[in-house]
Design a protein around this ligand. Sequence first.
Ligand code: SF4
Ligand code: SF4
Length: 384
Amino acid sequence: MNWLKYVIVTLVETLLRGFPFPCKTGLIKIGNPGRDAPVFLTCNFQLTVERVKRALKGMDAYLLVANSRGINVWCSSTGGLLTNHDAISVLKTSGIEDVVDHKTVILPQLAATGIEMKVVLKKTGWRVVWGPVYAKDIPVFMEKHLVKTPEMRQVRFTWDQRIEMAVMWAFPFSAIAALITIPFWRAMALPLISIILVLPFLIFLSFPLYSHWLNPKKKGTSFSKYTVLFDFGRIPLIIWGFFLLGMVLFGLRADVLSWEFMLRWGIASFVVILLINIDLMGSTPVYKSGLHEDRFLKIVLDENKCKGAGFCEQVCPKNCYEVDNVRHLAAMPRADQCVQCGACIVQCPFDALYFRNPKGDVILPETIRRFKLNLLGKRFVKVA
Ligand code: SF4
Ligand code: SF4
């Protein structure tokens, strides 16, 4: 009945994706692993664990589940909830050291913003290998003897992921709308709930058509600065203003204008405006929203410190790097693709990478390692 569990977990946790779903941490046996079986580590977001187990089906391996407070790998690592401490803790307490003869652990690449391979090695003796971004690529990664292709390193925002994100927004919003409208404004319930269900799908599915207009380098507008979910600036406010004006004119013509009429249509249209301005920041690592202050940071490579170790190339989810193995030097031919995740800075063993802000100040690697991002894209202290 494993497939049934997989279907239920997928369904429930996709509908309620915005909420944590912690599962048990510790050691899971996949197949019939021997003492040289590969060891994988992942977060304790239940849907992720089920997906990794599915990707490992047919293999003999061990899976370590670390405590990420029930949140997925990317969000928990970037937000300081999947840390060195969590990785070290599961390596030390799960009993894995008693059942294998090696000390190599494969971590999901997107954990590189939160777990430092250098610290894990120093504290436990375990060598970290960065696995692919997506669990589905694990079998090919294993076939290639732990070598990742550039495609395996890159985050994308494919149509199936966009559908998942649309569901994540549509379901709770429509449930809230139903709770409010059914008791207080029954006539409006069905149209409003329908709009709320459909709009996120339109927004996310058409993302490739408009994403090139979303300029993360643009300064936040007054609107995007003060609200959590908004990112398109003043345009939605103007549209909303025109809509309300239209409703006043309609109300006057139809002789139905009243405070109650305007309040109801104002609230209903505001909900719709909220939805068409969904901030994609929390939904995908490929885009930094207008709220995210880090979007102005520039990644800088100090060639004098770089020794060509190549960890930056291994962990960058946007494939910004290429490492010259002859000159032992990294280059950034696609620096313009950087989404300021900080993974390369966190992992560089020689501190050859850092951020520079628009004023020219240097943000040291230690700062990026110590300060993690909150939901508004601001860094706060969360030290393991
Ligand atoms: S920047 Fe750091 S991680 Fe990247 S190749 Fe140079 S030394 Fe290695
Ligand atoms: S270059 Fe940018 S996107 Fe790539 S790992 Fe570094 S901070 Fe992240």
